[in-house]
Design a binder for this molecule. Structure first.
Ligand SMILES: [Zn+2]
Ligand SMILES: [Zn+2]
Length: 317
């Protein structure tokens, strides 16, 4: 968002409010945004003070000759979006923005003290959709934090745990949200990976651990070793799972995984307990519970940084 459109002439006026009595001259390329001071004052404490009686910007505001207010330090794209929202120009408000763009708008809304005004528009933007890039997701998360949107914060942080396999440290360096958020993201993602490992281990346990004196065909060890071969082929060993795959990729692999194959020449003995467990059905029901049980982080817990029992969280967890 740092660069402005090259074709935007510095003298052309973007008419956000027809007959607006103020022209904000924004950014180094001086984009001119025609706005209405009363609308800005109603939405923003910052503009309410700026266009109040105590500042020069508030003097002599007339529609016939809109007053120019220089804002060289601000980003023209961001301020244009913000002014469009405040003026209810829904036709000009983009329906989707990247994570970093949404973040820039939220930071500006915070600066101009009009966070409430963008709450509704931002619910459209705070959807993690199919975004895979953790930097984009991280900015979306920080926006939900600034705007105090508990539901979006939970959904976005869940996407960050499911879709990102490397460290969260590059994001932590940007100080977008409190540090404890990144501890919690890592902790919860580790827990998810361990849960999935447990489900895989449960599959092996189904074959038993001991062939026993009544079995002459080594049923348990045959099946167990075929199962371990299968996990190896699928790359689902603990360390590979940790370094090579996102949680979503592991989940998809586990859902698609076939049963272990036993060599054709091997024949089972007549021991009555030799029965193949339906691994796929058992695994599916455990994965369904896993998916239902996992949620994103709770913004209220992160904000309060206490374990006070009286605290009420907006997200059930
Ligand atoms: Zn046997
Ligand atoms: Zn909570």
């Amino acid at each position: 968002m740092a660069t402005e459109d090259a074709d935007q002439s510095s003298t052309a006026v973007v008419e956000i409010a027809r007959n607006g009595n103020v022209i904000l001259v924004v950014g180094p390329r001086e984009r001119r945004l025609q706005v209405c001071s009363t609308v800005l004052k109603n939405a923003s404490k910052y503009f309410n003070a700026m266009f109040g009686p105590h500042f020069s910007e508030g003097q002599d505001l007339r529609v016939a000759r809109p007053k120019e207010v220089p804002m060289p330090e601000d980003d023209a794209n961001v301020l244009e979006i913000l002014c469009n929202i405040i003026h209810h120009r829904n036709d000009a408000v983009p329906e989707t923005l990247s994570g970093t763009e949404v973040f820039d708008v939220a930071v500006a809304a915070d600066k101009f003290d009009c966070v409430v005004a963008i709450k509704h528009a931002s619910t459209l933007w705070l959807n993690p959709r199919e975004i895979q890039d953790v930097i984009e997701l991280g900015h979306l998360m920080a926006t939900a934090y600034i705007l105090d949107n508990a539901q979006a914060f939970s959904e976005i942080t869940l996407a960050m745990m499911l879709r990102h396999k490397e460290s969260y440290l590059p994001l932590a360096d940007e100080e977008l949200v409190p540090w404890r958020t990144f501890y919690l993201l890592e902790e919860r993602r580790n827990h998810m990976r361990a849960e999935l490992q447990q489900i895989l281990l449960d599959g092996k346990i189904q074959f038993g651990t001991d062939d026993g004196p009544e079995c002459s065909c080594s049923w348990s060890s045959r099946h167990s070793s075929a199962y371990m071969d299968l996990l190896q082929r699928e790359g689902l060993e603990p360390l590979k799972m940790l370094s090579n795959m996102t949680v979503t990729e592991v989940l998809e692999k586990m859902e698609r995984m076939n049963d272990p194959t036993i060599p054709r020449e091997w024949k089972p003995c007549n021991y009555r307990w030799h029965r193949n467990p339906d691994l796929r059905i058992m695994r599916k029901s455990k994965l369904d519970i896993f998916k239902k049980g996992n949620h994103g982080l709770c913004i209220d817990c992160i904000r309060s940084s206490t374990t006070d029992e009286k605290q009420t969280c907006r997200i059930k967890h």
